[in-house]
Ligand binder design. Structure first.
Ligand SMILES: C[C@H](O)[C@H](O)[C@H]1CNC2=NC(N)=NC(=O)C2=N1
Length: 120
């Protein structure tokens, strides 16, 4: 199902941008672009949150972000006017750039909770 495009946007350009993002691990859920990044350390999770939040503030376009000890889920949509806009596409691309710079891992490479070996 094609996404709802914000009023005033170039529909063809937005749909092309969405298709490109879907090919790079983004998902379209309830008309929102979302991606879950996995990191080796919580410091990297925090760094990723920080760089996205800083850019979001500077362009006045804000994501929903959900963090865990080793992951950051980023969700983009435009509130007013509702739908997807070029800001969502641009910010999703920025997230991928920053994730590549910070370094992501496969879920199997993340630290598991539990007693550290020295306390066993
Ligand atoms: C007036 C305008 O709606 C707001 O300033 C900005 C704030 N940040 C925003 N963030 C997002 N994701 N969508 C918006 O429509 C939006 N609008």
């Amino acid at each position: 199902m094609p996404p709802k495009i914000s009023e005033g946007q170039n529909e063809a350009a937005i749909n092309a941008g969405v298709d490109a993002l879907l090919g790079k691990g983004w998902n379209l859920v309830n008309n929102q672009l979302e991606k879950n990044y996995v990191f080796k350390t919580y410091t990297k999770v925090s760094d990723m949150h920080h760089v996205i939040a800083t850019r979001a503030k500077s362009v006045n376009h804000h994501p929903t972000m959900i963090s865990t000890m080793s992951t950051l889920k980023v969700i983009w949509t435009t509130h007013k006017p509702p739908g997807l806009s070029n800001k969502d596409i641009q910010m999703a691309d920025y997230c991928d750039e920053q994730a590549s710079s910070i370094g992501t891992v496969e879920p199997s490479e993340t630290p598991q909770c539990g007693p550290t070996p020295s306390t066993m």
